[in-house]
Ligand binder design. Structure first.
Ligand SMILES: [Zn+2]
Length: 669
């Protein structure tokens, strides 16, 4: 069987088993059963998460190398002052699709920001034929640094403050789209199937020695010449198309300060859905693979609308979702045009992995593009925010139970695949030198978990109030201010009145995570009422004491949904008792997986959270025998039945269950 075939068969088996569990629980009556565990549904989530982890790995590698380069750049020794702004860029682009080469002529306007400027430094990838001229066609001399890809250009005349100079770059040849050696990923391609650049390194930009400089590139206008029948898209807006018979010239006009441009043309079919705010969202999909085009553009429009509603207005005129090539491996999120691996558009929108990558990349329109970051040691301030936004959008369209479980899987993958000695604070220089798995797990998953923990600590209303204030305040059309974790914390505190020092110390400036051990005790009182006492201890090795409360869910009587409480810590201990007039039938700690940490129940053997070890637990534990964490050949793994936490469910777990069989949960003093 293929891997997918196996997954299909497992799902069938699991669905049957899950139905059997439900039937058993129904026959037994709700008062005997703890919370329902749906193993089949959870396996679906696990598979989907693993697919999306793979698709996101490409972006994570790209992201980390960009931040590394930026950090290296800014630490560059004897860096020159570069007192200019690039205020306008005009690009003429043509390609020889068969030869895989491009031909560009790019005019930029630089403006001096102080008196006496006689040279400028521009970051540009130099191709085979490269020259720089002034506005009247005189060749200019320049030095080129191959390592940093910097052209230092002698200006034809010294500029005083606010004076401008036009520079014309002719840059042609092979743009270097070969896949990288290690991952085989490709961020551009020039062929008759498609010409695309998810980043345009051949366009000269101000050499950035600070984050302010990264974000100061002016507007970009672009003319793209294509063969007939090709459809083109760029981060700028399409203004008109000239049909010259043998070729088309597409004119694009920019309206915003460009930071991360992209372009593509191919024989695309296009599918457009307007957001309620009137912004067109267009899916560009290769002819012949367009079954889901309308649906995906509708999903894209829904995503843009959702983020506009909860954060701040979308300042771009449109959003283009572009089908690139399979070798892209994942997604890339320039400002108003996003690029994806080909099959992301060929899957049914009911399949979760594509939707989650679309919402992540479109999320970058806010995090990293509109809201600009200023700290290369905190890539989470755009990646974690984009990932949180994608997950949050997931809650709008999927069962919250599945999204909650997804956060648990993120944490489990982290603990399984990141060695504890590799763990680094999410804001630290170590995050740039971490291996790519560690980078992805911490920057993307822990980053999204940190925002979700803030949501839990502040409550969703205050949390969103803070997030939208932060987004508004730093939106690029309001101010050129950059963001950092400090500015984020300050804004959240100012908006909500909360003191978040300990939260940021625990989660942002320290590595590690809490390890909780918890127990519950149900007692019937003389008057027939009941109490539930829950006690949790933090037992992590580190000195860090976590202030964040734990959610406790208690199932009472025949109520279908649990009641939810907050268990507050004093130091490393939390201990609380709640009263009920009906018999409690189960409890769980951190059921929604709010907390980036381990939560171990002390009553070994209680798989279903009923606070006793009974026949239901035996059924679950027996079914899980042989299950191994993240192992497709041993898929019947449930963390609740892995009592010794060794990643596999075997005889020793069963023995732990037998040893406690018939016992009820108690709190030992
Ligand atoms: Zn990203």
């Amino acid at each position: 069987l293929s891997a997918l075939g196996k997954v299909e068969r497992m799902r069938t088996i699991l669905a049957g088993l899950a139905a059997m569990f439900v039937a058993l629980i129904f026959i037994a009556g709700p008062s005997l059963a703890g919370p329902k565990l749906d193993a089949g549904q959870r396996l679906d989530v696990e598979q989907a998460v693993r697919q999306s982890i793979e698709a996101m790995a490409a972006e994570a590698v790209h992201s980390q190398s960009r931040f590394r380069k930026q950090a290296e750049f800014m630490q560059r020794k004897s860096k020159a002052v570069n007192p200019i702004d690039v205020i306008q860029t005009e690009i003429a682009f043509d390609a020889d699709e068969a030869a895989g080469t491009i031909d560009t002529e790019i005019t930029i306007v630089v403006k001096a920001t102080e008196d006496g400027v006689d040279s400028v430094e521009l970051s540009v990838m130099k191709m085979d034929t490269f020259s720089i001229e002034d506005d009247i066609g005189t060749s200019l001399t320049f030095d080129y640094n191959d390592y940093y890809r910097i052209a230092t250009v002698a200006l034809p005349a010294t500029l005083d403050k606010n004076q401008t100079q036009e520079l014309v770059f002719k840059n042609s040849g092979d743009p270097g789209c070969d896949p990288d050696d290690f991952f085989g990923m490709q961020f551009c391609q020039v062929s008759s199937e498609i010409v695309f650049f998810a980043g345009m390194d051949w366009v000269p930009a101000k050499a950035a020695y600070t984050y302010e400089d990264v974000y100061g590139q002016g507007t970009v206008n672009m003319d793209i010449t294509t063969p007939p029948d090709y459809v083109a898209a760029t981060t700028s807006d399409l203004d008109s198309v000239d049909d010259l018979g043998t070729e088309l010239v597409h004119h694009f006009v920019g309206h915003f300060n460009d930071t991360h441009g992209g372009m593509a043309y191919a024989k695309f079919d296009t599918f457009t859905t307007d957001t309620p705010g009137g912004k067109p969202v267009t899916a560009y999909i290769h002819e012949g693979t367009t079954d889901y085009g309308d649906l995906w553009s509708a999903v894209g429009a829904d995503i843009v609308d959702y983020f506009s509603t909860i954060y701040t207005d979308y300042i771009y005129n449109k959003q283009d979702m572009i089908q690139a090539v399979e070798e892209l491996g994942g997604g890339v999120g320039p400002q108003s045009a996003t690029f994806y691996y080909a099959s992301a558009f060929n899957t049914d929108p009911q399949a979760w992995s594509s939707e989650s990558i679309f919402s992540h990349e479109i999320g970058h329109a806010w995090w990293g593009n509109m809201i600009r970051m200023g700290d290369s040691h905190s890539p989470w301030i755009n990646e974690g925010f984009a990932e949180y936004s994608a997950r949050r959008y997931g809650y709008q369209i999927w069962d919250s139970y599945m999204q909650d479980y997804l956060y648990e899987i993120y944490f489990r993958v982290f603990t399984q695949f990141v060695d504890p000695s590799d763990d680094v604070p999410i804001t630290s220089s170590g995050i740039l030198s971490a291996d790519s798995m560690t980078y992805q797990a911490i920057t993307y998953w822990k980053g999204s978990a940190i925002l979700r923990m803030l949501e839990w600590v502040l409550g969703d209303g205050d949390f969103l109030k803070g997030m939208s204030a932060y987004a508004e305040k730093y939106r690029s059309d309001h101010s050129d201010d950059l963001t950092t974790p400090v500015r984020f914390q300050d804004t959240m505190e100012a908006e909500t009145g909360a003191d978040l020092d300990t939260f940021f110390d625990n989660w942002v400036y320290a590595a590690g995570y809490p390890v909780y051990e918890w127990a519950a005790q149900f007692d019937e009182q003389d008057d027939g009422s009941w109490t539930v006492r829950v006690k949790a201890e933090q037992v992590q090795d580190s000195e860090v004491v976590y202030e964040i409360p734990l959610e406790v869910s208690i199932w009472v009587g025949d109520e279908e949904d649990p009641r939810s409480y907050r268990l507050e810590f004093e130091g490393t201990t939390a201990d609380a008792t709640w009263e009920f007039d009906a018999e409690p039938r189960g409890t769980q700690v951190d059921r929604a997986s709010w907390i980036w940490g381990e939560k171990f129940a002390l009553l070994l053997g209680d798989v279903d959270g009923s606070n006793d070890v009974d026949g239901f637990d035996l059924i679950y534990a027996a079914w899980c025998q042989g299950g191994r964490s993240f192992d497709n050949d041993h898929y019947n793994y449930m963390p609740e039945a892995d009592f010794d936490h060794d990643g596999e469910i075997n005889k020793s777990d069963l023995n732990l269950l037998y040893a406690n069989f018939g016992r009820k949960g108690t709190i030992d003093e």
